[in-house]
Design a protein around this ligand. Structure first.
Ligand code: SAM
Ligand code: SF4
Length: 338
């Protein structure tokens, strides 16, 4: 008898969801050390463990052949990977051919002014830039040494190159709450959407999450006192829920992995830069594709492993933050990207 996961080439899981969106981490390295993401003295992976850009591309083609329609490059910081543009160039051919609907990236923006035009030339249409504050000192505190002027220059360059920009901000208790209305105005005045992300309990960071964790449910109630939030029905098959602010006309997204269940229509899978395939961000345990990839010239073994792993995608994540306890995942956010 043929197993259900062998019976078609689309990546279907046991609960009937189809994976069509790949988040591809191209490096675990980063030029910043955001407190909620990494420890200051991070130990990065030995280079031999990290897939080459050619290997990342080869794996991507297997995913594309199985119906992946959208690829987002992430990290670590994707733009610190040497020659990363060559991967964008290779993948852009699949945008040109219509196999991919979208090729995009999430970046901290520090190198965006250098790369924006080339990214646009590779068919990238949109970029997510992470920015939690507009204040230079606070930016330096959060990122440990980042320079906010470089992000502002990156945002400008991206828009000049014709890229649509969305800002991502991790919500935390404290100054973030006071600054949020300014961040909303900043984004919407510049025709950028803004998405707020609930802090996730992944490993590697120094911050004490049960102190900093801010529920977006609570925050949304407070925003409703200041703004008129008009719910939008669009979904990306991911955790974000969007509203339009009547006063600005701009979009505001809420990513709430901690306080609501977005898993039932999740269409995502994730590949680490070492070739570990994860079908759920909130679960331990990836499947190693690197050895199978390196040990064979053909792709069929890897393809079989991918189909089997996606078939077993769990129903939902296992995050939990309580009043005084945090139970999460030991892997750091920079291993897989957001
Ligand atoms: N370096 C790039 C950047 O910062 O945009 C891409 C990788 S970063 C890991 C992707 C996203 O994850 C960023 O928007 C970042 O703010 C977010 N992030 C990092 N650690 C997080 C955490 N513990 N909880 C929620 N979001 C987190
Ligand atoms: Fe680097 Fe992005 Fe993590 Fe900040 S959130 S440390 S920029 S990978």
């Amino acid at each position: 008898m043929v197993d259900a996961f062998h019976s078609c080439s689309a990546l279907k899981d046991q609960f009937g969801r189809t994976a069509s969106y790949l988040r591809l981490s191209v490096t675990d390295r980063c030029d910043l050390r955001c407190t909620y993401c990494m420890a200051e003295n991070m130990t990065f992976l030995p280079r031999k463990d990290v897939l080459s850009l050619e290997e990342l591309y080869r794996l991507s083609t297997v995913f594309i052949a199985h119906g992946i329609r959208k690829i987002r490059l992430t990290g670590g910081e994707p733009l610190v990977r040497k020659n990363v543009l060559s991967l964008f160039e290779n993948l852009s051919r699949h945008v040109d051919s219509g196999e991919l609907d979208e090729l995009t990236l999430t970046t901290n923006g520090s190198l965006l002014s250098r790369y924006a035009r080339d990214l646009a030339a590779c068919g990238v249409k949109r970029v997510n830039v992470s920015l939690d504050t507009l204040d230079a000192d606070r930016y330096r505190t959060i990122t440990r040494w980042g320079r906010i002027d470089r992000v502002f220059a990156g945002l400008e360059a991206a828009q000049e190159a014709g890229l649509r920009v969305k800002l991502n901000a991790v919500a935390q208790k404290g100054p973030f709450e006071e600054e949020l209305n300014d961040l909303i105005r900043f984004a919407h005045e510049r025709n950028m959407d803004l998405t707020l992300i609930e802090e996730m309990p992944l490993g590697g960071a120094a911050s004490c999450r049960s102190l900093s964790f801010l529920s977006l449910g609570e925050l949304r109630q407070r925003l409703e006192e200041r703004w008129t939030l008009e719910p939008l029905s669009e979904t990306t098959g991911g955790p974000a829920k969007y509203v339009r602010l009547r006063e600005t006309g701009g979009k505001l997204g809420f990513i709430t992995p901690m306080s609501c269940d977005f898993c039932s229509d999740c269409n995502r899978i994730r590949l680490s830069c070492t070739g570990q395939l994860y079908t759920c961000m909130g679960q331990e345990g990836g499947l190693d594709l690197r050895d199978a990839l390196r040990q064979s010239d053909g792709n069929e073994t890897v393809a079989q492993l991918i189909r089997a792993k996606v078939f077993e995608k769990p129903r939902g994540h296992e995050f939990h933050i309580g009043e005084s306890d945090v139970s999460g995942i030991t892997r750091s956010m920079s291993t897989l990207g957001g």
